[in-house]
Design a protein. Sequence first.
Length: 299
Amino acid sequence: MNNIKSTFSIKDLEHLTGIKAHTIRIWEKRYNLLKPERTDTNIRYYSLDNLQKLLNISYLNNNGYKISKIASLDNEDIPKLVKKVAENDTTNNHAIDAFKLAMLNFDQKLFYDTYENLIKEKSFSDIFYQDLIPLLSEIGMLWQTDTITPAQEHFLTSLIRQKILINTEIIQSQNQVKTDEIFVLYLPDNEIHELGLMIINYEIIAKGHQAIFLGQSVPLDSLKDLLNYYDKITFISYFTVKPEKDEIDNYIKDFSEKLIIKDSIKFWVLGRMLNEIDLNSLPKQIVPFITIKDLVKKL
């Protein structure tokens, strides 16, 4: 069964474009900018073409073009103007909109073309922080509001994962390890959100450190093996949804007892589940970070 979302409610448009539903209705009525269709029960809905047009309209409006001016353009001239404006645009809005359309259309070419245009002007690290992190934040909200399907989210994140892996391999082949400290990156049991951890791995290697990336859903007891091989270890993890609220204190306690057996062992941790614990009560060798950038500064 095909469950790909190809029609959108006005609330979906609001979530995807950031334009209030009330404003969309006014533009629709006053300027005839969009032409929704209606169901048999007279509920309006919008096509993917309507969404793309509204994203373009929003982009031009945010760049100083009045709605009355945009409305006077022929439909085929709007994307041409967007392309022209985007060539001199230093913000990331157009790229993020393009990535969202690539996701909605399962359009790999649009994703790759958008990325290639960015990499001509920016480093991979800048693309990740300036374009992909804001994009992923939006995608999380869109998924929670059922504006996009899980298939669309997985399509996009798999393409981002590819880019991180490719760029990590490039710097691994170029960089020499500068220190004897080892960073071990892992996610707790049943935690699968690894993109943040992957970019930390990239940053660690880029700075000349040695990293072991263990990835998703690693049992705590499995980490004990590393203590037999290395004296100086910094474990790094990302608590996005796991451990759960009623488990996280015990998890931190178990980690401390089983792994922090000497001063040269540290634990750096990020993720929204940290909001569920008292950060001031953590042992001194466990260091919380609010953002990836905060952690990278510590390297």
